[in-house]
Design a protein around this ligand. Structure first.
Ligand code: GLC
Length: 749
């Protein structure tokens, strides 16, 4: 039995949840109910533009429903103790944090994770993140981020799962399962928070926080599916997006937060605003603080992250009739239900076991798994003359501003990472290779010449690893080191602060100081392998033309260095496939494979034709298409064979293809299934991903892969936003990426 200060319930957890909460709420004042809707920030992790103050005092007054950004189980336990023993009703607090791709053991950034196309691995990464975060007192993570994005200028493309709604939905489900496990019963299962609802990845011009304006068809066919999938997977909470949707900010959008999310989709958890998202509606032009707080809670947002708008205005709004007490009760109940589902009423210290951190956080077992998943996330973009894999012998020079930095290895949104514990690329490679290879190194250049990024590094508390030496001094040292090497590994790319929140870029080249370094390294005539660190697609035309081998390692997390060694030296055959298109030019953006045909399509393989839908200065093609990624071996695809050419509405078709590993390395291949709806009541994409299988094929072996195709898979949202399937002809396409496919046609009758 658990005693709440002056209020004692006999066996509260044997009663049904609603009876327990009815009982509790019958004792709460209006201000205490509003207190449950308040989420101040605490601790030294800063993830937004404001900080909360006098948190302890407000906890004792029952004015806090939860806290975010506090790290350390002892500190969390102390504040939980304050809530439970010092406030009038002793209601326990939620403790949330952005555990996006790992806690202290850091996995690849989500965009990298998505390139594994391995749902088990992605679920496992979330499971381990939940184990480590919960060991440190966290019971709620602001993840998964499932915003579809097709514009690489947007820095938060790094946090999502790429451009495709089908793949994004599969990953959303896997992440929710990983975090929440079996309904959050165990103390290593935490509540997910799906974000950012909704359409945040569609910000105009890729500029963060910018307006989003799209048709309902594009919303429902291309951007909404991953949110819906996460709701269906049982996610306990959602986070409102900063942007507007149909002219109303998501944080105050009743159509979004109530009509769609709750009435249509049946979501029964709670909605939290994003960081000061409520008061930011003043700048959106929706009214003063009291107006926007009322707009938000009336729309269906239940918790106010950091803005204090609920705490400071809702009592008055209820008195003035702008918000009903019933609305407050509904929001408060949702928060209390979340706490009940997490078991916090049964045991407020469920996540405060002081013995767990030493055993479970950043442990070898987790790090080994993170190393394996990181290697699986890397995408081999080019391997001319099979320069890779390298032999484990001789001298290898690892040169570049990302060769000897710890802070940049985990990538954006690694708020709990302990940078000093993370091996640099060189340290990781030496750990993996031992004395087999002599690794020498030099910095070669700074990450960038633009001091503007320095401010961002300060904000996120990471060093930009800037050097006091001049660029020329750095370059001279690099060339001296390169002269001693058999092979050069160039550790080059973005800094981790160049992607993530408020990190939109108008140009997508590798920073100029690093291009100069790369040119100089190539001029040595030694073999050069570019290990590319990036949080987004970059424009790599020059690199693709001039560098013989390019391995995109994204930001691979705490085990990046060893994972890169595993791939570069052939212990792991790369199998990553792009989940977002790499353009030839920024001017092509937004650029994605599932585009419409238009009434003036450009002929296949054509660069330019008069009066066709194309540019006069670049082809419509990407540099690297969605689904693309090389291996150390080669996979040869046979024709697509259908077991029948027509299907009825209750029928099914099986598409089969033979795939041969024609090379010398065993390897994994991600076989992708696309479908095109040739004629429909609305214009449909030239193809859409409808399935994939990651298979292992030994060198010289051939495997037969089959996909079942049903009418359900052919559904789409039509002009009236009805989810329908229409009879007609369809093309089935199967291949190693969205471009190089083989096709067969069937009719749905
Ligand atoms: C940030 C982000 C959001 C994050 C929240 C809490 O502004 O937009 O993704 O979960 O604040 O840190």
């Amino acid at each position: 039995m658990f005693a709440f200060s002056s209020v004692v319930y006999s066996n509260p957890y044997n009663n049904r949840m609603d009876e327990f909460i009815d009982n509790l709420m019958s004792k709460m004042t209006l201000e205490e109910k509003i207190g449950q809707l308040n989420l101040p920030a605490s601790g030294e992790i800063i993830t937004g533009q404001a900080k909360s103050s006098n948190v302890a005092e407000r906890i004792c007054k029952g004015q806090v429903g939860g806290l975010l950004n506090l790290k350390g189980v002892e500190r969390i336990r102390d504040l939980q103790k304050l809530a439970v023993e010092e406030s009038r009703l002793g209601i326990p607090l939620l403790f949330g944090m952005d555990v996006i791709h790992g806690y202290e053991t850091i996995f690849p950034i989500p965009l990298g994770l998505s390139c594994t196309w391995n749902m088990e691995a992605i679920e496992q990464s979330a499971r381990i993140a939940a184990i480590e975060a919960s060991a440190d007192g966290i019971c709620w993570t602001f993840s998964p981020m499932v915003d579809v994005c097709r514009d690489a200028r947007w820095g938060r493309i790094s946090e999502g799962n790429g451009e495709d709604p089908y793949l994004g939905s599969e990953i959303a489900r896997a992440m929710v399962r990983g975090y929440q496990g079996d309904a959050m019963k165990r103390n290593d299962e935490i509540m997910a928070c799906v974000k950012h609802f909704a359409l945040y990845g569609g910000a105009e011009a890729g500029r963060d926080y910018n307006s989003v304006d799209m048709s309902r068809q594009r919303m429902f066919n291309d951007y909404m599916p991953p949110y819906k999938a996460a709701v269906e997977a049982g996610a306990g909470s959602m986070m409102a997006a900063f942007n507007d949707v149909d002219g109303i900010p998501a944080t105050g959008n009743k159509w979004l937060m109530t009509d769609l999310l709750r009435k249509d989709w049946g979501f029964d958890g709670f909605v939290v605003s994003d960081y000061t998202g409520i008061t930011e509606m003043v700048d959106h032009g929706m009214g003063d603080v009291q107006d926007v707080a009322a707009l938000s809670v009336n729309a269906g947002v239940d918790m106010d992250m950091v803005s204090d708008a609920f705490m400071t205005t809702l009592v008055r709004s209820v008195e003035e009739g702008k918000v009903s007490e019933e609305t407050i009760d509904t929001a408060c109940r949702r928060i209390l239900e979340a706490k009940y589902k997490l078991g916090l009423f049964e045991d407020p210290y469920k996540y405060c076991d002081l013995k767990r951190p030493a055993k479970q956080i950043f442990c070898d077992k987790h790090r080994k798994i993170a190393r394996k998943i990181a290697a699986e996330s890397f995408v081999l973009l080019k391997n001319e003359g099979n320069i890779l894999p390298l032999q484990k012998k001789g001298t290898v020079a690892v040169i570049g501003p990302l060769a000897n930095t710890k802070a940049n290895m985990p990538g954006t949104w690694s708020v709990a990472a302990v940078a000093e514990n993370i091996p640099t690329l060189v340290e990781g490679m030496r750990f993996a290779l031992g004395d087999k290879v002599d690794i020498i190194t030099a910095k070669g250049s700074n990450l960038m010449s633009d001091a503007a990024y320095e401010e961002r590094a300060t904000m996120f508390g990471r060093s930009l690893n800037r050097d006091s030496r001049t660029d020329q001094q750095l370059l001279n040292e690099a060339l001296e080191v390169a002269a001693k090497a058999d092979v050069i590994v160039a550790a080059i790319g973005e800094s981790s602060e160049m992607s993530g929140e408020c990190s939109s870029r108008s140009e997508l080249d590798i920073p100029d100081t690093q291009r100069t370094l790369l040119e100089a390294l190539l001029k040595t005539g030694k073999p050069v392998v570019l290990t590319l660190f990036t949080g987004r697609p970059l424009v790599l035309n020059w690199e693709h033309k001039n560098v013989p081998a390019i391995l995109n390692v994204w930001f691979g997390g705490s085990e990046t260095g060893s994972a890169i060694a595993d791939v570069l030296f052939g212990d792991v055959n790369p199998s990553g496939k792009l989940t977002t298109t790499f353009p030839q030019a920024v001017g092509q953006l937004p650029l994605f494979y599932a585009h419409k045909n238009t009434g003036r399509p450009l002929g296949e393989g054509r660069w330019f034709e008069k009066f066709r839908s194309n540019y006069i200065d670049v082809s419509n093609d990407p540099l690297y298409p969605f689904g693309y990624g090389l291996s150390y071996t080669t996979f040869e695809y046979g024709d697509v064979i259908l077991n029948t050419k027509s299907m009825s509405m209750d029928g099914e078709i099986t598409a089969t293809v033979n795939i041969k590993n024609a090379g010398n390395y065993d390897g994994y291949e991600v076989v992708q299934l696309y479908i095109k709806d040739l004629i429909a009541s609305v214009t449909r994409p030239v193809k859409e991903l409808k399935g994939f299988k990651k298979i292992f094929i030994k060198a010289g072996e051939t495997k037969t892969i089959s996909f079942k195709i049903s009418p359900e898979m052919l559904k789409f949202y039509n002009f009236n936003i009805d989810y329908v399937v229409e009879v007609g002809d369809f093309d089935v396409m199967i291949g190693p990426n969205s471009r190089d496919v083989k096709s067969a046609r069937f009719t749905l009758r």
